[in-house]
Design a protein around this ligand. Structure first.
Ligand SMILES: NC(=O)c1ccc[n+]([C@@H]2O[C@H](COP(=O)([O-])OP(=O)(O)OC[C@H]3O[C@@H](n4cnc5c(N)ncnc54)[C@H](OP(=O)(O)O)[C@@H]3O)[C@@H](O)[C@H]2O)c1
Length: 306
């Protein structure tokens, strides 16, 4: 596979692989589930609504009836739910080849998760940090395992502020900046996790991807904004399909030339669309001190120790 041309015709056989996709019932997650399952993998679709997950699964099965998709409940805003998911997964499966940390929310009004985290940092980063840590034993036992974190061009708007990481009480909350911070956290975590694997001689890699700008349900909060009725129709003309948007994360998950610590995104204009290629995050995403600090804070707040 080349890293510039990546189509449905040159995907590898994934028989024997076990893959978890968080948020696998919608948008990029659903596209990823479909591709992986069609290539023969055992998929665990980790979703907050079993009903929605089963509905999407049944639409896939109508087209191809021998897909192995197991729908399991996971709410990333609730540490207890993440723990139960990890326990149930390990009771059923003995290996984990790919953990695709895809689920996310974008620009909601200020709100907190069950555990008191600002909702975007809580869902997009803390939930996936806890999930990955709780699955570390099974990842470590699976040679060649991959963790793929889905970030965004919006990470460029993010700034870490460890004095007010969670916009306590809504202080200085700006939904767009908070989203950017959570997506910057996805990258800091990706690169620190790769160092963790190397330091502990774990035969796994950590990679990041972003979809450019893609048509999914992610824009539901943007649709409520006053400017939405003017801008969204124009915006929709500019953005790529969810299938194309999913390509970088699919590539990062299964292409055989991918290396730990890499970041993939669309190769077109300003990384907004196109086929997957290797991209570079902004400099702050490679800041080792921020990455370590985020890791320590995340271990403390989630009580998940790696
Ligand atoms: N679309 C884009 O242009 C774009 C651009 C940059 C980055 N991204 C990133 O791509 C990823 C996928 O988003 P998408 O565009 O495919 O959006 P989407 O269609 O809205 O899908 C998001 C998925 O995340 C799930 N989710 C949200 N909160 C959750 C929670 N607490 N626990 C478990 N699952 C939860 C959603 O479940 P429900 O269906 O139950 O809500 C849904 O399955 C996100 O990380 C997003 O930040 C997308």
């Amino acid at each position: 596979m080349s890293n510039t041309i990546f189509t449905s015709n040159n995907l590898p056989d994934l028989s024997g692989k076990t893959i978890i996709v968080t948020g696998g019932n919608s948008g990029l997650g659903a596209e990823s589930v479909k591709v992986f399952a069609e290539q023969g993998a055992q998929i665990v679709m980790a979703v907050r609504s079993i009903e929605k997950g089963e509905e999407v699964k049944s639409t896939f099965l109508k087209v191809c009836d021998d897909l192995a998709i197991d729908v399991m409940q996971l709410d990333l805003t609730n540490l207890q739910s993440i723990k139960s998911f990890a326990q149930q997964f390990k009771a059923k499966y003995t290996k984990l080849d790919i953990l695709l940390n895809n689920a996310g929310i974008m620009i909601p009004p200020y709100q907190t998760t069950t555990d008191g985290f600002e909702s975007q940092m809580g869902t997009n980063h803390m939930g996936h940090f806890a999930l990955t840590g709780l699955l570390m034993d099974v990842l470590s036992k699976t040679p060649g395992a991959r963790v793929v974190n889905v970030s965004s061009i919006a990470h460029k708007m993010g700034k870490m502020d460890f004095n007010n990481l969670m916009y306590e009480g809504g202080k200085n909350y700006n939904a767009t900046k908070a989203y950017g911070r959570s997506k910057l956290a996805n990258l800091l975590f990706t690169f620190e996790l790769q160092r963790y694997f190397e330091k502990n001689k774990i035969q796994a890699i950590s990679v990041a991807a972003h979809p450019g700008v893609s048509q999914t349900n992610l824009f539901k909060f943007a649709a409520d904004a006053w400017y939405a009725k003017f801008l969204l129709p124009v915006f929709k003309l500019m953005i790529q399909s969810s299938r194309m948007g999913a390509m970088p994360q699919i590539y990062a998950s299964i292409a055989d030339n991918v290396k730990g610590g890499e970041y993939y995104g669309p190769g077109g204009l300003r990384e907004m669309w196109g086929y997957p290629t290797l991209v570079k995050a902004k400099d702050e995403a490679y800041n080792i001190n921020d990455a370590r600090q985020l890791w320590e804070v995340s271990e403390k707040l989630t009580s998940v120790k790696y």
